[in-house]
Design a protein around this ligand. Structure first.
Ligand code: HAM
Length: 421
């Protein structure tokens, strides 16, 4: 039997309610900040990610699903959502519309990574992007949205916000020089990736997971000591806005993020609940991205959360979500009453109830067994006598005494019962 590709995951119907609850929470949270949904293609021209995500990143260098389509064009399955949203924003002339522009997305993304718990090759993200504001209040709004989302999933007390500023291209250039000085004596002992990072983007060395490289980063200069006045003021304003909103954070100069487009604010929410892949949400400001894509420069800030990691975390805590139980099973005793059972089930569905009836030509006993397995609280039984009397027999799985209810009053009866039990 052919199996699922490595690093992918099926979502089974038994897990659907949790996915849906997380997605619904994401939608509601984003919408209450005035963000609206955006959908962009699963694949884009490869060039978009080379420019957008950046050619010094692991994503671009090692992890992209890139292929030639039948017309010989190089296309890539999106490794993240930001570049596609940026392209759509420019392509549809939204820079000339009402600013700030705010959009959120729930997407699948693809990275050819070494799979492990919380790290997949096809994964899902909830992301939000805000264009047009250079103000620290926009950074604060992105973080508040992220934080409210995690709180609504009951993960507030299990996640920590790590905050940093990586400055603008001017102060970062000075910092990169300082890092060069600092790492130069050790560069030959570093991993191959870091030797190349040393040349292309030494900040990324701070993010290396290799134990030897990590040792060299202890005592490395901190970006925060190199921020120019404007970047420092931006960071201070952001911190005071978060303080005012009561959002706790740790300033962590090691947060550099794995994508090239960031400037100034970067942040990550991490958790102890799910093992090594502890970052459930990451984001930051990316004022230079549009310019990098040859569009009119427009400041921007956003984040994305990994849905699978969130689900692992939600499963580990007391999440505020329960699966909706089915309402009513309508059983028919014989051929004629099965037809009536189907009609009654349809009527109950029209009134918003979850109703099922027999599709397997089962005996009444077997119908009860199925209804019990699926968690129905009661079965509405229709037979010859019931049809003649125009009322059904409601039998309870709990064994409580059966009751007779007029066909036309079934929906109300079921609702009242649900409300009272
Ligand atoms: P990212 O940090 O690459 O940022 O990904 C965001 C989140 O997606 C991560 O924190 C993690 O939870 C999840 N994630 C990433 N890779 C995987 C994987 N292989 N398997 C499972 N989950 C994964 C971005 O993608 C940026 N576009 C975020 C952003 C939006 N920045 C500004 N706007």
């Amino acid at each position: 039997m052919i199996q699922i590709p490595k690093g992918c995951k099926d979502m089974l119907p038994s897990e659907a309610y949790l996915w849906q609850a997380v997605e619904q929470t994401a939608r509601e949270t984003a919408e209450c900040y005035g963000f609206k949904e955006i959908r962009t293609p699963v694949f884009e021209h490869t060039e978009l990610f080379l420019r957008g995500v950046g050619d010094t990143t692991d994503i671009v260098n090692k992890e992209m699903y890139t292929f030639l389509d039948k017309g010989g064009r190089s296309v890539t399955l999106r490794p993240e959502g930001t570049a596609g949203v940026a392209r759509a924003f420019v392509e549809h002339g939204l820079q000339g519309g009402a600013l700030p522009f705010k959009a959120y997305y729930l997407i699948s993304a693809f990275r050819y990574e070494r799979p492990q718990a919380g790290r997949l090759r096809e994964f899902h993200q909830f992301g939000a992007e805000l264009y047009g504001s250079a103000s620290a209040s926009a950074d604060a709004e992105a973080i508040l949205l992220a934080s409210r989302f995690l709180n609504s999933l009951n993960l507030g007390e299990y996640t920590e916000l790590h905050l940093n500023s990586i400055g603008c291209k001017h102060c970062r250039a000075k910092y990169a020089e300082a890092l060069h000085e600092y790492f130069r004596p050790h560069v030959d002992e570093m991993c191959e990736d870091c030797r190349s990072r040393f040349v292309k983007n030494p900040l990324r060395i701070l993010d290396c997971k290799n134990e030897t490289c990590k040792r060299f980063t202890v005592g490395a200069p901190s970006m925060l000591d190199y921020l120019c006045d404007d970047c420092r003021a931006h960071f201070e304003t952001l911190k005071s806005l978060l303080d005012a909103a009561g959002v706790a954070y740790t300033v962590d100069p090691r947060i550099v993020r794995g994508l090239d487009y960031y400037s100034r604010t970067v942040f990550e929410f991490t958790t102890d609940l799910i093992g090594a892949q502890a970052t459930v949400l990451g984001g930051g400001r990316y004022d230079g991205l549009l310019e990098q894509m040859d569009a009119k420069p427009t400041p921007a800030v956003g984040f994305a959360a990994g849905i699978e990691r969130l689900l692992l975390a939600v499963e580990a805590v007391d999440a505020p979500f329960v699966e909706r139980l089915p309402d009513v099973y309508v059983a028919g005793m014989d051929a004629a009453s099965r037809v009536r059972a189907l009609e009654i089930a349809e009527e109950l569905r029209s009134k918003g109830l979850i109703a099922e009836c027999d599709l397997m030509d089962r005996s009444l006993k077997a119908q009860f067994k199925y209804a019990d397995k699926l968690g129905f609280t009661f079965v509405v039984v229709i037979g010859e006598n019931e049809m003649a009397a125009g009322e059904a027999e409601v039998r309870f799985m709990s064994g409580s005494e059966a009751e007779r209810v007029k066909f036309g009053e079934l929906a109300q009866y079921i609702r009242d019962y649900r409300r009272n039990h």
